[in-house]
Design a protein around this ligand. Structure first.
Ligand SMILES: Cc1cc2nc3c(=O)[nH]c(=O)nc-3n(C[C@H](O)[C@H](O)[C@H](O)COP(=O)(O)O)c2cc1C
Length: 199
């Protein structure tokens, strides 16, 4: 598309997305209709051979205490000396953001020639579609990972099978506060032309 007719609104929206961490996200989150639109956006992600290698596991409000228990169990497993206060902090992570879902990538589904990198990249595209559309809708959103995602008890508790990877949580909600905007990398730091030292 010619630069002159590129819709500036889209460029602005992409450029103004920023991570809003779950502790800064409050109700209301997306309604049913908006949620459906977010998932339609996710389904537009590129997907080699259409194997649908990722899924989202939503954690409804009535399951947050259970998720908190899984965080606390995972912490106690990797640090048996964790204090009650630390266990409580681990539990509290599950209570943030009105919309919370786990991004899961399946390493085994479909054609085995499509490796984990391709599958994870497809998931990343789906996630970015959601982040951008949520931003366009006026919500804040962010990704969080952490050591619990690798814990076997955590994975089992959430029903992941052995070929699945828990990549990160995706949180969406109304922004109550935000950090200053991060300076973006200059494209020279990540783009080179083969055979040319400097662009
Ligand atoms: C897979 C993934 C996991 C992330 N997990 C965390 C996290 O656990 N904690 C956190 O503060 N940020 C996390 N982030 C967000 C990055 O910190 C954030 O994107 C980065 O600081 C750039 O900020 P921006 O998104 O506002 O441009 C994660 C990002 C990705 C892609």
């Amino acid at each position: 598309m010619n630069q002159a007719i590129l819709p500036l609104g889209i460029v602005h929206l992409i450029g103004t997305r920023q991570t809003i961490l779950p502790k800064r996200l409050f109700a209301p989150g997306p309604n049913e209709h908006e949620l459906e639109q977010l998932f339609v956006a996710a389904s537009s992600a590129p997907d080699h051979d259409l194997i649908n290698p990722w899924r989202f596991l939503m954690i409804p409000l009535h399951k947050r205490l259970d998720l908190g228990d899984l965080f606390a169990i995972a912490l106690r497993e990797r640090d048996p000396s964790a204090t009650n206060e630390q266990l409580e902090q681990a539990r509290e992570k599950a209570m943030r953001a009105p919309l919370l879902m786990l991004v899961i990538v399946d390493e085994t589904k479909g054609d085995s020639q499509i490796d984990l990198n391709e599958r994870t990249l497809s998931a990343g595209c789906a996630v970015q579609n959601i982040l951008l559309l949520a931003h366009t809708m006026g919500y804040g959103a962010g990704l969080t990972s952490g050591k619990a995602l690798k814990s076997e008890s955590f994975r089992l508790g959430l029903g992941l099978h052995s070929g699945e990877h828990a990549i990160c949580f995706l949180s969406i909600g109304t922004v109550v506060s935000r950090k200053p905007f991060k300076i973006r990398q200059d494209s020279d730091s990540f783009v080179k032309i083969w055979g040319i030292e400097k662009r």
